[in-house]
Write a protein that binds this ligand. Structure first.
Ligand code: ADP
Ligand code: MG
Length: 542
């Protein structure tokens, strides 16, 4: 017989718990959202598992039940979802730190943000229970298995697991409330917290016998019947977010391939945006049954800032997740969703350029990955790209730049490097500035990569000003800036002397019109690799 075992929390989890348990936060009620969200996920998982294994089908309708014991000062959240076995408990509740754990600790340290606002986003929502509880018990039984387990911890470095009893599969999380958190043993308080977001949970949420929500998927309702506040709450609940969405897109597509999408662009940059995994966060549902979340078969990686759901009744429910993901119908939905999102962004960019600038600042670098990865959408993506330019106060599109090109200017000029402010000071730019010719300042890493694929816009070549000769002579200068005619000095003796001095280290030394104040600058030869790209590749060891 197995007895009670004690385990230490993984180091980072222990640190996280110390922070979470040790501080007083104003938004502590977030713990309830996180626990209910886990219960709902567990119901989703069981419903999905039962599709392919009918023996797993729950005996009773899937639901989430809250119970208060006012005397004992406990609050419990139960579900009859998928449950956990011994191994699951060990892995998910304590001994393995998820990638979000350290990111969460870092974010708390650096940004001094409040823990409740962040915790769910980092995928460590369960531990928020320790904001209000001095002890947490989890009684759980995995669907398809007979043993049940009790996980228990006071959040101070260790937890225990021991055999327990549970009639059916599912999980009950029991919170022994801290002295200063007794308010969460009051029915009115709990009802109020749950009401604000329970509407978006597709399973009934019950407080005792009373069902608090309609348990209807929000996205299935007509857009005209949904208020902004309801959209916002749904976003916060499903994305574990604290901001209001920057943009909401709710679309129903009817026709050969029916699908509904409810997608959000966040106002704040999610923490995992630049993780190597490039995880998607749009949930795929088939006829309101949750299928999967992190699939890039639904939304391309360059739109990974999106949150929300896509639901289609025209996909097959009776196939495995893997088979579904290679379904050509899903690929079609992906194309339609991508086009729709890009066209919405285009509209926003035209209608509200200042607001769009905020979006661009957050997610532009991600979106530009699509220029490299998705040739089929390249033109649409390029339309919504914005750039810092020496000529414009605000961000500009390539089309905007093209409109402002000088007489005789044949190329779109750019300089790529580490940061826009530094680039603006670069000696390479001097001659262009003097002539009033705009130069795009490209400072995202990804810029060098798409510039390998896109070499012209609207018939005009994109040209790096750190490469090759600058053909500034053909360009007419602004009236005000018209050059004083100076005698062309004979520089051949000077150049010869410099060549002798530098020898093999340079390919050539040339006089140039691009400089006005600085005496000299480095450029790459036409056809050679751009100076910045060379630097980037060297840094990555290539
Ligand atoms: P996330 O929900 O983002 O994965 P959490 O910290 O909220 O992060 O939960 C951690 C994990 O614990 C979940 O991914 C799940 O595997 C497990 N878990 C938590 N609550 C439940 C539950 N009620 N039923 C089944 N598994 C659960
Ligand atoms: Mg969770």
């Amino acid at each position: 017989t197995i007895e009670k075992e004690t385990f230490s929390f993984q180091t980072e989890v222990g640190q996280l718990l110390e922070i979470v348990a040790g501080s007083l936060y104003s938004n502590r009620e977030v713990f309830l959202r996180e626990l209910v969200s886990n219960a709902s996920d567990a119901c989703d998982k069981l419903r999905y598992a039962a599709l392919t294994d009918s023996s797993l089908a729950p005996a009773q309708d899937l639901a989430i039940t809250l119970e208060i014991d006012a005397k004992a000062k406990t609050l419990s959240v139960s579900d009859n979802g998928v449950g956990m076995n011994h191994a699951d408990l060990l892995e998910t509740l304590g001994t393995i730190a998820k990638s979000g754990t350290s990111a969460f600790i870092e974010a708390l340290k650096s940004e001094q943000k409040d823990a409740p606002g962040l915790i769910g986003q980092f995928g460590v929502g369960f531990y928020s229970a320790f904001m209000v509880a001095s002890q947490v018990d989890v009684v759980t039984r995995k669907a398809g298995e007979t043993e049940a387990w009790l996980w228990s911890s006071d959040g101070k470095g260790s937890f225990t697991i021991e055999p327990a009893q549970r009639e059916a599969s599912g999980t009950t999380v029991i919170l022994h409330l801290k002295k200063d958190a007794k308010e969460f043993a009051e029915e009115a308080r709990i009802r109020h917290i749950i009401k604000t977001y329970s509407e978006h949970i597709s399973f009934p949420v019950k407080l005792g016998d009373e069902t608090l929500n309609a348990a209807e998927a929000l996205w299935t309702r007509p857009a005209k019947d949904i208020t902004d506040e309801q959209y916002n709450e749904f976003y916060r609940y499903s994305a574990h977010a604290f901001d209001a969405p920057w943009h909401v897109m709710h679309n129903k597509v009817e026709g050969a391939l029916n699908h509904t999408s409810l997608l959000f662009v966040p106002t704040v940059r999610p923490f995992d945006l630049f993780d190597a995994e490039r995880k998607s966060h749009v949930k795929l549902y088939v006829n309101r049954v949750f299928i999967s979340e992190t699939t890039t078969d639904l939304v391309p990686a360059y739109l990974r800032f999106l949150r929300g759901v896509v639901d289609s009744q025209d996909l097959s429910l009776n196939v495995s997740r893997e088979m579904l993901q290679t379904d050509p119908k899903l690929a079609k939905i992906k194309t339609q969703v991508t086009k729709k999102v890009l066209s919405e962004l285009k509209k926003k960019a035209a209608k509200a350029p200042d607001e769009y600038a905020k979006f661009w600042d957050n997610f532009g670098a991600v979106l530009k990955e699509g220029l490299v990865e998705d040739p089929s959408m390249r033109d649409r993506i390029l339309e919504v790209c914005r750039f810092t330019s020496t000529g414009a106060d605000a961000l500009t599109s390539l089309a905007g730049y093209a409109e402002r090109m000088k007489e005789g200017q044949e190329a779109i000029f750019y300089i790529a490097g580490e940061n826009a402010a530094k680039l603006a000071q670069s000696p390479h730019i001097e001659g262009f500035k003097a002539k009033g010719v705009e130069v795009l300042l490209l400072s995202d890493h990804v810029d060098e990569f798409w510039l390998q694929h896109i070499t012209e816009f609207d018939g005009k070549p994109l040209k790096s000003i750190t490469r090759g000769a600058a053909d500034l002579d053909q360009i007419k200068a602004d009236e005000a800036k018209s050059e004083e005619k100076t005698e062309e000095a004979d520089l051949s003796a000077l150049i010869a002397a410099i060549k002798v001095e530098l020898g093999e280290t340079v390919k050539d030394v040339r006089p140039s019109k691009r400089l006005t104040d600085s005496p000299v600058c480095l450029i790459a030869d036409e056809g050679d690799m751009d100076v910045n790209l060379e630097r980037l590749l060297k840094r990555h060891g290539q």
